[in-house]
Ligand binder design. Structure first.
Ligand code: NAD
Ligand code: 13P
Length: 344
């Protein structure tokens, strides 16, 4: 038909919030987009019914984004391959630990439309020994389609409630930025494009490590001065890490864009990583137990990223360059006392 068809792969709290925005935008542009937006939902029983059926009849994701009305042109689909059938624009938004299994299914020839484009809204990095890469480049390499990155100060529930905010899209070409801007830009969700896929991706991944440190500060019952210090040092390490290992990226993504400083602020005050890290210090429980108890099926991203970044820095013999990341890792995984956060 020549019209774009959008698919959302993932339907947790962020996947559902992004799907809502895309489906609402698309409904008002019938000349450019096919109105149905499919969203992949990992089937689950909710009050004795399939989650896909619940979403498609109540137009709410009762499991991950309750009380938010979803547009009727957003359709939940339980089959991973069916969701991308004929799709020209594919949004990846599963928690980062599940991306590999999704891409495995999509590598079967004929599943992904050859002219398709992708965008990743996943916050995390891919580490393999001494190699590190973004999920955008992983998607690009595995599926042979261009992939952009979307990241910003975007706590899902606040976005879904249509509270004003901004986001950043990092795109490989100007054409990609025009398309993704058309899919996501809204009055209450201002999209700003930069030509920096790796900077946007790394900002989103590394802020989750700093969020753990910020949660440790809360756990120790320290105040705003300490939190601000951790945010400043964290932002500096995030930008330096990205400049060192992703040389084509732009420092301005960290200082000027929502994906940088703004996401760090919201995540260190209202995010799930910070909330769980506070509990880790107060309760002394294990991460898995805290995640289960406080997030109720939603996923913690910062602990895995802290571990992956640590392993990568060890393999490159560069741990001493990133003391805040390192102390955060030691407190989270090696039983170091919380006070060690300030041995920087
Ligand atoms: P979530 O934390 O709400 O996790 C729930 C999702 O994980 C559900 O869709 C569930 O079906 C899925 N899931 C659970 N087990 C699975 C499995 N074995 N295989 C595949 N899927 C499984 O998810 P989210 O908040 O949408 O997070 C997705 C990404 O978006 C993350 O990388 C996160 O950092 C990022 N993000 C989240 C927010 C937010 O506020 N929630 C904001 C910005 C970015
Ligand atoms: P949490 O995963 O810590 O809740 O952060 C959400 C987020 O990425 C806000 O932009």
């Amino acid at each position: 038909s020549g019209k774009h068809k959008v698919a959302i792969v993932g339907s947790g709290s962020w996947g559902t919030a992004l799907a809502k925005i895309a489906a609402e935008n698309i409904a008002s542009r019938p000349d450019d987009f096919e109105s149905e937006v499919r969203m992949w939902v990992r089937e689950k029983q909710v009050q004795g019914r399939n989650l896909t059926e619940v979403i498609n009849t109540t137009h709410k994701n009762e499991r991950y984004l309750p009380d938010i009305k979803l547009p009727k042109n957003l359709v939940a689909v339980g089959n991973l391959k069916k969701v991308v059938e004929g799709a020209s624009l594919i949004v990846f938004v599963v928690p980062h630990q599940f991306l590999h299994s999704v891409l495995y299914e999509y590598q079967t020839p004929g599943v992904i439309h050859p002219g398709a484009r992708a965008i990743s809204a996943i916050k995390g990095v891919e580490v393999n020994g001494t190699d590190i890469s973004t999920f955008a480049s992983l998607i690009e390499n595995k599926l042979d389609i261009p992939c952009s990155a979307l990241s910003g100060a975007n706590v899902a529930l606040e976005v879904a409630r249509e509270q004003f905010c901004e986001t950043t899209i990092g795109c490989p070409t100007h054409d990609d930025s025009l398309l993704w801007h058309a899919v996501f830009h809204a009055k209450k969700f201002q999209v700003h494009a930069v030509e920096d896929v790796s900077g946007v991706s790394l900002a989103g991944a590394l802020k989750n490590v700093v969020a753990l440190a910020a949660g440790f500060v809360d756990g120790m019952k320290l105040g705003g001065n300490t939190k601000a210090a951790i945010i400043r040092i964290g932002l500096k390490e995030m930008a330096e890490f990205t400049a060192e290992f992703f040389p084509g990226s732009q420092a301005s993504t960290f200082t000027n864009e929502s994906a940088g400083v703004a996401d760090l602020i919201t995540t260190c005050t209202g995010g799930r990583n910070a909330k769980c890290a506070k509990d880790f210090i107060r309760s002394g429980r294990k991460w898995e137990e805290i995640e289960r108890d406080l997030l109720k099926g939603q996923k913690l991203q910062g602990t895995a990223t802290a571990e992956e970044v640590h392993n990568f820095l060890v393999s490159r013999k560069r741990t001493y360059g990133y003391p805040l990341f390192e102390q955060t890792y030691k407190i989270a995984f090696e039983g170091a006392p919380a006070e060690q956060l300030f041995d920087l």
